[in-house]
Design a binder for this molecule. Sequence first.
Ligand code: 0L1
Ligand code: MG
Length: 262
Amino acid sequence: MALDAKTIAGLAEHLETCELQARDTLKITDDHPTMDWDDAYAIQAEILRRKLARGSRLIGLKAGLTSHAKMKQMGVDSPVFGFLVDDFCVPEGGEVKTAELIHPKVEPEIAFVLKRALKGPGCHIGAVLAATDFVLPGIEVIDSRYREFKFDLKSVVADNTSAARFVIGGQALPPERVDLRTMGVVMEKNGQVVSLGAGAAVLGHPAAAVAMLANHLGRRGEEIPAGTLILSGGVTEAVAVAAGDNVTLRLQGLGSVSLRFV
Ligand code: 0L1
Ligand code: MG
């Protein structure tokens, strides 16, 4: 690690304050160019620790930048991983207050809920499908704390991969009841189709994103516990939203989920 504990704690406080006060900042590697991957994940872990200490509950994990469309949109070339706490969860059809966010965007995602723990290294699509209880539609609302979404990957990891809000809903089905690769994905904003894709846009198979997450945690001696909700990553590029927008995601065979921005 290149940064000391005091610097990591200070950067976590800075980024979380930006999140809670809905104000942006420059990417943290501008002032800390030697920051390495362990530092970035340590800052993210410290943000989680702060939230848990205030009573938030860890309810899930996320993979980000798992589709070529997202990687191209952000000019990067590898996935990143973050956490989801209960504060981020919006009820199906519920409201997201834009005053609490900086510059929100929505992503159409396939969500997994595990019935058994997954531990890497060596985790693969088959292991993920065997450990999955059900899959269902999920919309992730991302809100990078970095000005104009200008960042590098390490700064994004420290910023909990831009996680802000999410909604899950629609129909939950066991993975053997659907073909996650060919599953059609349609996202509408105010009744207009804004994103179209198929599950295979996520690393060839969305379960591959979950396997990558398990292998990432496995290298750190951690696992994905049973019962964890996992957002496997945006199938298409992210779409900007503003107050007044209604967003609906339809996943073939899994119904729809929606939310409103106020
Ligand atoms: O969930 C995501 O794919 C977001 C990853 C972080 C980069 C971004 O803010 O778009
Ligand atoms: Mg996402």
